[in-house]
Design a protein. Structure first.
Ligand SMILES: O=P(O)(O)OC[C@H]1O[C@H](OP(=O)(O)OP(=O)(O)O)[C@H](O)[C@@H]1O
Ligand SMILES: Nc1nc2[nH]cnc2c(=O)[nH]1
Length: 174
């Protein structure tokens, strides 16, 4: 990890790699049909997780992206989710891939947005879950790690656009 004051290691690169192998095994088992699974990666935070997860799957998939932003340069949600990108999910089995579910606002907004198009199913896979921070109900179908209500960065997640490139998850000092 880069030598930066205020960052405390939380989840190592090895732990992430091992956990993704398990998640990918479960997903591949659950969606073992001839139809390709539609992966929808929620940017920016999930770019690294998505790249590692899809490479570990043993089933065919397609990969699309939506961008959702509500934190901006803050460490708490603005309460408004801006969704950009246009994808077609009608009749597809969709797996939303998130880096983190915190208040639950972002994932709820995305699910509501996509349901209007009548997909065959929507499932949620998140690398990190902060159940203690939840304000909008959401129970992910696949979870990498449950963490305490602390602000984290690395492996795609930012603190004011910094640290996305780190290969591990760190806690950021407030
Ligand atoms: O459950 P919530 O409280 O809604 O928080 C989770 C969302 O917050 C982060 O996105 P952010 O708005 O920071 O955008 P980014 O992924 O581009 O950094 C993260 O990537 C999730 O999408
Ligand atoms: N980087 C980052 N983004 C978040 N979005 C919601 N919670 C978090 C968090 O802990 N870290």
């Amino acid at each position: 990890m880069k030598d930066s004051p205020g960052l405390t290691p939380l989840i190592t690169t090895t732990q992430i790699r091992k956990r993704i192998a398990v998640l990918a095994g479960q997903i591949s088992h659950d969606f073992d049909s001839r139809e390709p699974l539609m992966i929808v990666s929620i940017l920016k935070g999930s770019f690294m997780f998505t790249a590692d997860l899809v490479r570990a799957l043993s089933i065919p998939c397609t990969i699309d992206f939506l961008q959702a932003s509500s934190y901006g340069t803050r460490r708490s949600s603005s309460g408004t989710v801006a969704i950009t990108g246009s994808i077609t999910v009608k009749g597809r089995h969709v797996l939303l891939v998130e880096d983190i579910i915190d208040t639950g606002l972002t994932i709820n907004r995305i699910v509501d947005h996509l349901r209007l198009q009548q997909p065959s199913s929507i499932r949620i896979c998140t690398l990190l879950d902060k159940p203690a921070a939840r304000r909008f109900p959401c129970t992910p179908d696949y979870t990498g790690f449950r963490i305490d209500n602390i602000f984290v960065a690395g492996y795609g997640l930012d603190d004011r656009e910094r640290y996305r490139e780190l290969p591990c998850i760190v806690a950021v000092e407030r």
